[in-house]
Each structure stands twice: as structure tokens, then as C-alpha cells.
Design a protein around this ligand. Sequence first.
Ligand SMILES: Nc1ncnc2c1ncn2[C@@H]1O[C@H](COP(=O)(O)OP(=O)(O)OP(=O)(O)O)[C@@H](O)[C@H]1O
Ligand SMILES: [Mg+2]
Length: 275
Amino acid sequence: MWNYKYVPSDLISKRVKLNEVDTLKTLKSLGAMGVVENKVVSYFGSSLTFQGITLFSLKRLVEKGKLDMLGKKMGEGKESVVYNCYSEKYGECVLKFHKLGVSFRKIREKRDYGDLHLSVLTVRSAGREYRALKKLFGVAKVPEPFGWEGNAVLMELVDGRELYKLRLENPSEVLDAIIEEMRRMFIAGVVHGDLSQYNVLIAEDIYIIDFPQWVEVGRSGDERDEDINVNTDVNANENWKELLERDVENILKYFKKAYGIEKDINSVINYVLAE
Ligand SMILES: Nc1ncnc2c1ncn2[C@@H]1O[C@H](COP(=O)(O)OP(=O)(O)OP(=O)(O)O)[C@@H](O)[C@H]1O
Ligand SMILES: [Mg+2]
């Protein structure tokens, strides 16, 4: 799917070692189930749908012994569906399936993805998130990443609640702790890019979540992410400094509105930037 919007059925047939007649039959029945989308262009081609990629990711996680049970849906947003799950290896954890949301449309407008099927970009987004968590775990307070397959990221379950849902007793301390995390992430070369009261979980500690938008400091975002074999440059041309300023601004605005705490934005930015 990195090469074709609709993968030719004869290629699929060779790849899965099934004769062409049976391949077509199978693709048609998968099409009826919504697992693939079939299209006759100048040839018969198929693409995995969101549901198809999700099933593929689940299968891989199970085959790799990383996932044993899927639990309740914990939330569904514009860009993800998050499930509670269980793994004999990791215990209770969280499985986040990336899906197509608003930002994918924005990316589309900004960049030429040629004729890629949009659902393939969910894989890129999941890869990006996994890579950020890998980079940050142990350095900043983020859930421990356990695996990435297709559009799914398996990670530690944080037993907490989103910042915006709580009435804090110690808001200044929490604000300082968030600023401290931003600084640690920055030192590790990461700007979150979508930080707000929705992406901070409060447990015994604070946790920063939701990283598909992150950018690497000092990199244009145009380079390839060699280590994960997928080009994850969804944020090309975005300037990390602007994103960092926006992150700081979002957090400060929230604390001002919710708790009346005021902090000077420039001094916070300078603090985060000072290595
Ligand atoms: N590791 C985790 N531990 C506990 N809960 C989590 C974890 N990761 C995600 N969640 C829950 O799932 C929700 C959505 O996750 P996340 O913020 O990563 O996705 P999202 O793409 O922002 O979804 P949305 O489109 O709604 O903004 C979080 O607000 C949180 O409630
Ligand atoms: Mg979120």
C-alpha cells in the first residue's frame, strides 16, 4: 500500500500464494465485510480499510505474543480509538489504533501524497507516536511503549484522568510539573505539538500522552526515520519553535482560565529552552 492506492490483485495473488480466481473471490468477500476496499481501475485492486488495517495490527500483535485480550473501548476521538487490553507479557495495558482525522486532511492539503490510500497514513502516524514514546520513556513522564504494529500502538496503562476533567487541589504544582516535562522532552529533542489539558493524564504522577504530531528539534521533519523503516514526516515544514510556543500557550491559558494562575509565557518558554 506504500506503492499503490489499490494494490493489483495479481500482485496480491503472488504474495499470498493463492491462484487468481480464489484471490479475487477472497478479496470480494473481504470487501463485503468492509475489511478491504476494492476498485476496478485499469485493473482489479484492493486496499485495506481502517477496519482492515486494525485487524491486521491486532493479528500481528497476537502472533508476536504481545496481546492476549482486548477489553473495553476507553475512548474514541477524531484521530484514534483507544482500548483497554491485557497481555500476559505486560499485564493490563492500552492499545491505541490510529485512524484518519482532521489533521490527515490538513496534511493532504499541504503535501502531495500522490495517490496513496489514506488509511495507509494511519500506519505512519502510529509509527511516529511509537518512536516518540521510545525516545522519551525513562526521560520524561510518558506511558511505556510495548509495541507498534500497523496502525496500533501498545503501551502502558496510566491509571489516571485527563487534566481537564479534574479540579486540582494543587494546580501550581501540577503546572510546574508539566513545564518541567516540557523541558525534559525538549532536552530529549522532542516538541509535543499538541499539548493541552486533553493530553495530560493525572495519576499519582503526571503523564504526557498523544504524540502523533510531535516534531524533532533541529530536524526539518523531511528526513526519513530510518530506525522504523517508515517515512513518518507528517509534519514537514512545521517549525518546532512555533509548536513549542503553542504548547506552552495552551497549557498556560488553561491554568489561567481554570485556576486563575498567571505565568509569563516568555519566561516559561525560555525556561523550557534553556538546556
Ligand atoms: N496510556 C494510556 N493510559 C490511559 N489512558 C489512555 C492512555 N492513552 C490514551 N488514553 C485515553 O484515551 C484518550 C485518547 O487518547 P489520545 O489523547 O492518545 O488520542 P487522541 O487521538 O487525542 O484522541 P482524540 O482524537 O479524542 O483527541 C485519552 O484522553 C485517555 O483518556
Ligand atoms: Mg488526545
